[in-house]
Design a protein around this ligand. Structure first.
Ligand code: ZN
Length: 344
């Protein structure tokens, strides 16, 4: 089935289920739930990766959730899953990595918003995470030719929009397969070839520690996300322990209080294991989120919390606008349940 047709069918199904009350009914019948939304960036300009929403889109989501009194902090949302509590579905907001645009959480006329910002502490006040080092290398390049034959991806002419698009599509998934040091070496190699102009300080991508403190002072919870954003399952025991322990210690040193929440980098089933769950718990964190999709139900493992990835294209109607029907019918868990039925 073509992608456009598929998107249109999904939208129609969402409209039917939302406006007929079916997804609301499903939500009530399926009992208590905590939907954790995983966001990354608040950007107004184009992001080549599906990792951004605009401030306007965030305001829209927050408005919908507040209208249902459904927006809560992560701790309150987990408390509400306890058996003696009224059966309801709550929503919590989380932001990964520590991008400076997350300051929009306190600057975007949202009022106080409960949210967790998970920071990769080694990137605070420093270089962006490799995926955005690549974007910077490409967007601020002073050379157009890029040879990635060594990765089996061939040659790119960065003066061509098609080639740049192809690069963003092919290179990150290829790099994610590599060991952390090898991955960074390839990003360095791209930078050496593209020779990007240095990024002015005001355009820096990541939060500084002073920004992190500003967020914390305004009630945003700061969580851990390792130090270097390495995928934990690729690391030996000592390195994994150091990544997790250092991220915890750096936040304590900067804020004077211990972080409670952690998010596994990349967060897929293959990106962390039993050992990492134990290390995160031993470091002092009390929850950990994944990027595995689903609604958290009573009895959910607090160190394997599910999340829905939210970005500008995720809940978009064919008109291009953020769709309330798509958002609520996807995150009620009903569309996922229907998909499971279909593939069962
Ligand atoms: Zn991340």
């Amino acid at each position: 089935m073509s992608t456009a047709l598929h998107a249109w069918l999904r939208y129609t199904l969402a409209l039917c289920s939302h406006y007929s009350g079916l997804d609301g009914l499903y939500r009530r019948l399926s009992g208590s739930g905590l939907v954790i939304l995983m966001l990354h960036r608040l950007r107004e300009d184009h992001d080549p990766y599906p990792l951004s929403v605009s401030r306007g889109q965030l305001r829209q989501l927050v408005t919908w959730l507040r209208a249902r009194s459904a927006l809560v902090g992560l701790d309150d949302g987990l408390q509400a899953l306890l058996p003696e509590r009224v059966q309801r579905v709550h929503y919590a907001l989380t932001f990964d990595d520590g991008y400076r645009d997350n300051l929009g959480l306190i600057d975007a006329n949202l009022g106080p918003v409960p949210a967790v910002v998970y920071v990769a502490t080694g990137h605070i006040g420093g270089e962006p995470i490799w995926a955005y080092r690549l974007v910077h290398a490409v967007e601020s390049r002073s050379r157009e030719q890029l040879d990635l034959g060594g990765l089996g991806l061939g040659h790119f002419d960065l003066s061509l929009a098609d080639d740049r698009h192809r690069l963003y599509e092919l290179l990150p998934p290829r790099l994610k397969l590599l060991e952390p040091a090898e991955l960074e070496a390839w990003v360095d190699h791209v930078c050496e070839q593209a020779r990007p102009r240095p990024l002015p300080h005001e355009d820096r991508e990541m939060l500084e520690w002073s920004d992190v403190r500003r967020l914390a002072d305004r009630g945003i919870e700061i969580g851990g996300h390792t130090c270097s954003h390495a995928i934990l399952s690729r690391l030996d025991d000592a390195a994994a322990s150091e990544e997790i322990g250092l991220s915890h210690a750096s936040i304590v040193a900067a804020l004077g209080s211990a972080p409670r929440h952690f998010a596994y980098p990349n967060g897929g089933r293959e990106d962390f294991g039993e050992r990492d769950v134990r290390l995160v718990r031993d470091a002092g964190f009390v929850t950990a989120t994944t990027s595995i999709e689903g609604v958290n139900r009573p009895g959910a493992d607090p160190f394997r919390l599910l999340r829905f990835n939210v970005h500008e294209n995720r809940f978009r109607a064919p008109s291009g606008r953020l769709s309330k029907a798509l958002f609520f019918s996807e995150t009620s868990g009903m569309l996922g349940w229907l998909r499971e039925l279909r593939t069962a």
